[in-house]
Design a binder for this molecule. Sequence first.
Ligand SMILES: C[N+](C)(C)CCCC[C@H](N)C(=O)O
Ligand SMILES: O=C(O)CCC(=O)C(=O)O
Ligand SMILES: [Fe+2]
Length: 401
Amino acid sequence: GHGSLGLPRGTRTVPAAAARCHHTAPESLSCAWQLHGDHLELRYANTLMRFDFVWLRDHCRSASCYNAKTNQRSLDTASVDLGIKPKAVRVDETTLFLTWPDGHVTRYGLEWLVKNSYEGQKQRVMHPRILWNAEIYRQAQVPSVDCRSFLETDEGLKEFLQNFLLYGIAFVENVTPTKEDTQILAERISLIRETIYGRMWYFTSDFSRGDTAYTKLALDRHTDTTYFQEPCGIQVFHCLKHEGTGGRTLLVDGFYAAEQVLRQAPDQFELLSKVPLKHEYVENVGDCHNHMIGVGPVLNVYPWNNELYLIRYNNYDRAVINTVPYDVVHRWYTAHRTLTAELRRPENELWVKLKPGKALFIDNWRVLHGREAFTGYRQLCGCYLTRDDVLNTARLLGLQA
Ligand SMILES: C[N+](C)(C)CCCC[C@H](N)C(=O)O
Ligand SMILES: O=C(O)CCC(=O)C(=O)O
Ligand SMILES: [Fe+2]
């Protein structure tokens, strides 16, 4: 052995024989382990990891516990004794071997353990992103992908998806300006998410639906369908026609703004990520009758690494707040104001004029959109996409999503 791991010796550590440190050479990638009363401690590749015994038994990848063809567990986890403890431990250069009380042996690749340990996951992000303001986005000179390359080559599709994952927005150019051609684009990367607005939608300022989107008014930055229990993951916009003035589209990276809140006021960030509230859509126009309610905090983060994955921000559609006591609600308004101030900084605003032929994909869990008031006839088509299926396509092309 190379000496002690410097562990606090509590009453729960196992007897001396098992508590001795064990090392494997070479030093650089050496593995040290120590068996405690209720967990195994492992140090490998500069990571100190702690594994619960039931977790270790549950993750046995032997043929009897795991079906490698379907990647499904066959072990009945409920049959594992919650007090289980390995009776023998061995480590070589690449693998940890545990022998269980009934003689069953489990092997774990050390790299696999690092990747799948809590400590390993805590240090990495689920979704690599580049947070942006207008300057950062312009400097990056993210190219639009050509429609043919998007539709006909894996490289084109992959480039598009990589940009989309990193920035939360991506453009396809040279698209035939019709609803049908826009649908073909959408279906290249995902399934269309059908909602109360239909599958593929057209919209103009005809107030055919009970929502300001269907007017010529300006719309402040927001995310859509905050009033769904699962807001739509992706929004596709394709402007088919505009004869008039104004109508530019505003895009703001919500995660960039939230990150600034985290820096300035971590307690406010935390409040926005903990306080659940409702968004609501009540419609009674013509034959359209809908009542939708979605519940959740403004900021949604993975608890183990505090990584943002969803922002719900729509001041138009935010419902009556009746889920928060008065003193918390005041602090919530303060936090909401801080976030709003960040979202409204002019340097965070990316303004684009959507034109026929250029389709825009927006990550509706991250990037807010808005529009300038306009005059004249303007027609947009588009759809929402199911997020799981966009990410599925990205992963199949080898991207981390
Ligand atoms: C995109 N499309 C015009 C179909 C619907 C617009 C929905 C607008 C709604 N206020 C929201 O933000 O969810
Ligand atoms: O008209 C626009 O450009 C966007 C309107 C809007 O926010 C929406 O349809 O979700
Ligand atoms: Fe919208």
